[in-house]
Design a protein around this ligand. Structure first.
Ligand SMILES: [Zn+2]
Length: 439
């Protein structure tokens, strides 16, 4: 979700003068002994990271719409020292903060390691170190420094909903002014890759272009599609009649700025086309469903219940949906959407946004309802030159493992499940449930 997390841990962690420490979940005393039995077993499970943005610093293909700096929740502020603990665990970082020369030490250390582990080997060994077998790579395009046997490409598809003049959309606020040109740019890139025109003469031709582009990305290694639509519009998708959408297409394909209502109808129609085609192509549909970065992110628009008409529609039963970030803070509602067999939750970013004590409570509520529908993810993202995706992978993994052990041990202590069952849930959450979606 790329909150403005940890942006410049540099100076202020130093100022705080805190020792690098890792926050931990508070466990009910009745569950403490069980926690200490489960955690070492959980640490041995090789994980499937269902949502992450692996990249070297300054790789422009890492994200289709990076949010401008905005307010950050407590754990994601610059004075959080947990990333320093990550740098210590992964790279032997000897300092307590990332100020000045200390940050340079970390940058140099990683550069030296990239000299030692050539090309894709560098990130392979990072995954090995943190215990991840396979990581999704939600990126604009894949990078040659990511090993395709370990990193699976999830490509962005929002841009197909924004082919017209986006002037009115960009004028809404400074976040949208940054996002909209990037959608236009990505749409052009997709069109160039298959030698197509962005706006052909008719709506059916446009839909064919969208389908051909999805097929092309699948051929390039794409295993799922990603909507981060909530950054640009509401997740309430109506079902406009084809005639009305044809008229809108004919009116604006040659130019002119659609009204917000006209544009929304067109987007709703194209969204439905994409989820049908993704189902046909066996590409699970990932949808950002949580609070997001930027100061103009619209929380009511992202409410996961906005998607209920889509998720309950029998026409889309062939499509697998993954509710990325588990709908947080509407996670209570999100789990009950997973009653339908083709719907899954991903917990990425929630484990970074919340401290492990509260993340444990979220996981426990989910695991007590549909344990076979909940999947692990980190939302790892490179936040800067010194603090990279490596440290965020580590922090996401540590937070998720400890919160999971805490949730399961409390369920065992409360006599809801046995320890053996707890470990089955752990394997399903950390690896098996997500992995079987991409077989
Ligand atoms: Zn993300």
């Amino acid at each position: 979700m790329r909150l403005a997390i940890l942006a410049a841990v540099a100076a202020t962690a130093a100022a705080a003068g805190l020792a690098a420490a890792q926050s931990r979940p508070l466990v009910d005393p009745a569950a403490a002994a069980i926690y200490h039995r489960l955690l070492p077993q959980i640490e041995k499970i090789r994980m499937f990271d269902h949502h992450a943005h692996p990249a070297l610093p300054n790789d422009p293909d890492v994200d289709a719409a990076p949010p401008p700096p905005g307010s950050s929740p407590l754990r994601m502020r610059e004075d959080n020292v947990e990333p320093v603990a990550a740098a210590r665990a992964l790279f032997g970082f000897p300092f307590h903060d990332l100020s000045g020369d200390h940050a340079k030490w970390l940058v140099d250390k990683k550069a030296a390691l990239r000299g030692q582990f050539k090309g894709p080997q560098y990130f392979d060994q990072i995954l090995d170190r943190v215990g991840i077998e396979t990581s999704m790579a939600n990126r604009v395009a894949m990078a040659d420094y990511l090993d395709p046997s370990r990193f699976k490409w999830v490509f962005f598809v929002d841009c197909f909903m924004f082919p017209f003049d986006n002037l009115a959309l960009a004028a809404r606020n400074t976040d949208e002014a940054a996002y909209m040109p990037l959608q236009t740019k990505l749409l052009k890139r997709y069109a160039q890759q298959i030698g197509a025109r962005v706006l052909p003469t008719t709506l059916p031709e446009y839909l064919t272009f969208v389908t051909r582009s999805l097929e092309d990305s699948k051929k390039r290694g794409g295993v799922a599609v990603k909507f981060e639509a909530a950054y640009f519009r509401s997740l309430a998708f109506d079902d406009p009649p084809r005639d009305a959408v044809t008229a809108i297409y004919d009116k604006y394909r040659g130019g002119g700025v659609p009204t917000l209502a006209e544009y929304k109808a067109f987007q709703d129609f194209v969204f439905r086309h994409i989820i049908v085609e993704a189902g046909r192509l066996h590409l699970p549909v990932h949808i950002h469903t949580s609070v997001g970065g930027g100061d103009f992110f619209y929380l009511s628009a992202v409410h996961v219940l906005n998607l209920e008409n889509i998720l309950r529609d029998p026409r889309y039963l062939r499509t697998t949906f993954v509710l990325i970030h588990g709908g947080y803070p509407f996670d209570r509602e999100a789990i009950f959407l997973a009653t339908t067999k083709n719907i899954y939750l991903d917990s990425s970013a929630v484990e970074l946004l919340l401290y492990p004590t509260e993340f444990k409570n979220v996981l426990r509520r989910w695991l007590e309802v549909f344990p076979e529908k909940v999947t692990f993810g980190t939302d790892a993202f490179p936040y800067g030159e010194a603090l990279g995706v490596e440290e965020v992978y580590w922090l996401g993994v540590q937070s998720s493992r400890t919160a999971l052990a805490a949730a399961l041990s409390e369920m065992v202590a409360a006599r809801e499940i046995t320890e053996a069952r707890a470990m089955q849930f752990a394997h399903a959450y950390l690896h098996d449930t997500a992995a079987q979606l991409y077989k």
